[in-house]
Ligand binder design. Structure first.
Ligand code: ATP
Ligand code: MG
Length: 209
């Protein structure tokens, strides 16, 4: 893909990392809002490999999570999906995601998008000091979580429409034969049914990260 537009301006690339098990409208609204407010040219969704923070619960295969992410983003010309995390062996660390994307898209400025809950954990991430040099961070509001100002100029906070949706709740709904229509895109509802995802999930599997 082009690294600069016709005016020679650097490409502004949003990065939306997540387990996406399954991807839902909370993720999509967050990405769309940040893209609009930060004038992003593209948002790349990056499904995690082995999510190290979620090793307590069963996680769908990377291929299922990748394909659901592709289905959910296919209709938006500015949304793309990257395999960097699922193709890298071992647990996923955001620092590796950003390093890889930097190498693949050297002329792009990266904007890492994260919900309030993930933002709160940011300081516990691997190589946190280098993170700030690789991307501008955009923390978005999420119902039920407080968005903390880290007091850094390389971190922005953005209020986005409140979507009280979580993958955990979507999995629990499927397990209980309750609907997920309108919480996730139609194609994702159908994909979950087609492959029988989340059906046998118990209480333990439903736990969030
Ligand atoms: P789980 O319940 O399995 O943890 P999740 O709904 O939190 O799933 P993740 O894949 O863990 O989804 O989240 C990926 C990113 O999207 C994180 O930065 C998270 O904070 C953000 N995010 C998830 N849901 C929302 C939402 N409803 N509003 C805003 N941000 C969200
Ligand atoms: Mg989560």
């Amino acid at each position: 893909p082009a690294q600069t537009d016709r005016g020679g301006r650097r490409v502004r690339l949003g990065v939306m990392g997540g387990t996406f098990d399954p991807i839902h409208h909370g993720h999509l609204v967050a990405a769309s809002e940040v893209a609009s407010k930060f004038d992003l040219d593209e948002v790349v969704f990056v499904p995690t490999g082995e999510p190290w923070q979620k090793s307590k619960r069963r996680v769908s295969t990377p291929e299922h999570r990748y394909l659901m992410t592709v289905i959910a983003t296919a209709s938006n010309p500015r949304f793309t999906v990257s395999r960097v995390d699922i193709d890298r062996p071992g647990p996923t660390y955001t620092i590796d995601t950003l390093r890889d994307l930097h190498e693949l898209r050297p002329e792009a400025d990266l904007f890492f998008i994260t919900g309030a809950d993930a933002m709160a954990q940011i300081v516990s991430w691997k190589d946190v000091d280098e993170l700030w040099s690789l991307a501008h961070f955009v923390g978005v509001t999420r119902p039920g979580h407080e968005l903390h100002d880290l007091g850094r100029k390389d971190v922005s906070l953005l209020e986005v429409p409140a979507m009280a949706i979580s993958s955990t709740d979507c999995r629990a709904r499927v397990a209980a034969a309750e609907p997920v229509w309108y919480l996730v895109p139609d194609g994702v509802v159908q994909y979950i049914a087609k492959y029988g995802l989340y059906r046998g999930h118990g209480r333990h599997d439903g736990a969030p990260d």
